[in-house]
Design a protein around this ligand. Structure first.
Ligand code: SF4
Length: 426
């Protein structure tokens, strides 16, 4: 069971990928997080690839939990958001104030303050361009959609995904529906209609991704199945004829062997290659959206590897010395780095003879996640492995780099305050 609210340590990523059908990250986006395999898995990334190759609109969605600190461990989701925004994605960011109220008892007022001061100002300072940032508590479209999605799931499903028991309160049980609505509402007519939507997440968020993808399909009239032949079925209509004809007419334009069956509410099509499925799904979604405001294509997701905390384990708000917060004073950040754990050996002599273990080293993670220069990071890795690099030097070097980055960020944060109204929609 993965619990999105309390997963506390590293996962066996390969086992999770196998168990839950998360696919390999086999698309080479031109970004160091992807090049260095810090993004380890994906679902339906082919929708984003298709949108990019065909210059189609696509959405980028993420949320922030307004509690604790924004730290380097949760920064890479925003690095990805900014990267996909530069590629043309339309960005939406949900402040999960309803979720932080229901799962952590944080008042809406406090959540607003934390969201702006600790997160949103940093996002803008990091280079996020104007986009839609909203508070769940103030977005009636999200609330309405969450209500409607509630009709497409039940307690059994939520129990098996999240481990809910009879003692969980209803607000908590409802929060996955709000999350699903956060992501899916960006495809409602008012927001531009169905479109590929990328959601960068950690592996612990996978239950949310599975639920929202399933819900997106259950809200559709057209459902696509593929098993050598393509089968489009029509769901939820008393009289499916009109929709069967629409699917039939669309497929007949490209394929010759198309058959419709009113009794079984399906259109069958032979000769469709698997590579055409994304296009067919998007085209059928566009046709359907004229009749159904809840026409969604399943959201895509990227799964990132957790960054190591400076005290071992994962970087987490519950261990303040394990993390570098984006709001840390540069001197404080230096102190934490200098007292952090390393993958070094017990003595200098051993380090020179055996080399260090950068794979286990939280200090190396700072290079790996924060320094864009591939050549330099590779050099650090190899010098460490070959015993040419000592931990003291390494710590001083990265501490210097991180503290000057933090002081630059703090200046930009002050400039960002002036621009908040270009981002926050309420
Ligand atoms: S030399 Fe640097 S990368 Fe290698 S173990 Fe020491 S601190 Fe980590």
């Amino acid at each position: 069971m993965i619990n999105p609210w309390s997963s506390s340590d590293f996962f066996d990523y390969e086992r999770l990928k196998k168990e839950f059908g998360i696919e390999e990250m086999n698309y080479n986006f031109d970004n160091f997080l992807f090049r260095r395999h810090l993004i380890l898995g994906q679902r339906s990334i082919d929708y984003i690839d298709y949108a990019l190759k065909n210059s189609l609109k696509f959405n980028v969605m993420t949320g922030l939990m307004p509690s604790g600190e924004m730290h380097l461990g949760n920064k890479s989701a925003i690095d990805q958001v900014i990267f996909f925004q530069k590629l043309g994605g339309r960005v939406s960011i949900a402040v999960a104030d309803l979720e932080s109220y229901s799962t952590r008892g944080i008042s809406l007022e406090k959540a607003r303050n934390v969201a702006i001061e600790k997160y949103i100002l940093n996002y803008i300072a990091m280079g996020l361009e104007p986009c839609e940032i909203y508070f769940q508590s103030k977005n009636s479209d999200v609330q309405f959609l969450a209500y409607m999605l509630g009709n497409r799931t039940n307690m059994n499903e939520l129990r098996s995904l999240y481990g809910f028991t009879d003692t969980h309160d209803l607000l908590h049980i409802n929060s996955p529906l709000i999350q699903a609505a956060d992501v899916l509402h960006t495809q409602m007519k008012k927001y531009g209609g169905p479109a590929p939507t990328i959601v960068p997440v950690g592996f612990d968020q996978d239950p949310h991704i599975r639920l929202m993808r399933d819900l997106s399909k259950r809200m559709r009239i057209f459902n696509i199945q593929y098993d050598r032949d393509l089968i489009v079925s029509v769901r939820g209509k008393d009289d499916p004829k009109e929709f069967i004809d629409l699917a039939y007419d669309y497929l007949s334009k490209t394929y010759t062997n198309v058959k419709k069956d009113y009794e079984y509410r399906v259109v069958r099509c032979e000769g469709v290659s698997e590579g055409d499925l994304v296009k067919i799904d998007l085209d059928l979604a566009n046709i359907e959206s004229k009749y159904n405001d809840f026409t969604f294509v399943p959201p895509s997701a990227t799964y990132q590897k957790l960054m190591k905390g400076l005290k071992g384990g994962k970087m987490s708000s519950s261990v303040p010395d394990s993390l570098i917060s984006l709001n840390d004073d540069p001197k404080e950040a230096k102190r934490k780095i200098m007292s952090g754990m390393t993958g070094g050996r017990d003595t200098e002599e051993e380090q020179r003879r055996l080399g260090g273990e950068p794979e286990k080293c939280p200090i190396f993670d700072l290079y790996n996640y924060e320094i864009e220069d591939d050549k330099y990071v590779k050099e650090v890795y190899e010098d460490c492995k070959n015993g040419r690099r000592m931990c003291g030097f390494c710590k001083r070097e990265i501490a210097e780099k991180m503290s000057s980055w933090l002081s630059e960020l703090s200046k930009k944060r002050e400039e960002a305050r002036e621009k908040l109204s270009l981002y926050i929609h309420e």
